[in-house]
Design a protein around this ligand. Structure first.
Ligand SMILES: CC(C)(COP(=O)(O)OP(=O)(O)OC[C@H]1O[C@@H](n2cnc3c(N)ncnc32)[C@H](O)[C@@H]1OP(=O)(O)O)[C@@H](O)C(=O)NCCC(=O)NCCS
Length: 144
């Protein structure tokens, strides 16, 4: 499994993976394309052979960074792919001079929260009824 930067032609596959995984608030092809055009955005994919099995993205603005998304295809989960993606995003934020990284996670998303806790993120504050289905969001923060 290797990690590389997104290419424009990956976007269709990324939006299909997003569709398979999320029923609400998922990113559209257009959202991915907008990110691709944003110079502050860094998007990466995990690749197994020819297959994209995960992706993640981060925006760095001055000393603060935001993890925008991270996803691993269902059948590849729990084998360290998410960890590799997170570690690469943290490395990138550090290299770009960020001193803190934020992210938003659904309060019911135990796998993601456990992963972020493992890599040093801590709960910072909650946003009530943040998602379109009424679920709350936890904002997590990593101080670099
Ligand atoms: C969250 C996600 C990216 C994790 O990817 P992954 O490749 O399965 O993660 P890893 O195998 O690298 O696991 C890293 C750590 O995450 C935690 N973790 C992962 N899946 C877990 C689960 N089902 N239950 C509890 N902890 C879990 C564990 O702490 C794990 O470390 P360990 O293996 O030492 O126990 C994956 O579950 C996913 O794509 N979920 C759907 C998309 C999503 O929710 N994205 C996050 C939006 S904020």
């Amino acid at each position: 499994m290797t990690i590389r930067e997104w290419k424009f032609e990956d976007i269709l596959t990324l939006s299909q993976l997003e569709e398979q995984c999320f029923s609400n608030d998922r990113w559209s092809y257009r959202t991915f394309a907008n990110c691709y055009e944003n110079p502050a955005f860094y998007g990466i994919v995990a690749v197994d052979g020819d297959e994209i099995i995960g992706y993640a993205g981060i925006t760095v603005a001055s000393d603060s960074a935001d993890i925008e998304n991270i996803l691993v295809a269902e059948r590849y989960r729990r084998s360290g792919v998410g960890s590799k993606l997170v570690k690469e995003l943290i490395k990138h934020a550090r290299k770009k001079g960020a001193s803190q990284i934020f992210l938003e996670v659904r309060v019911s998303n135990v796998p993601a929260m456990c992963m972020y806790l493992k890599y040093g993120f801590v709960g910072s504050y909650a946003r009530t009824r943040y998602y379109s289905d009424g679920e709350d969001c936890l904002v997590m923060k990593l101080t670099l």
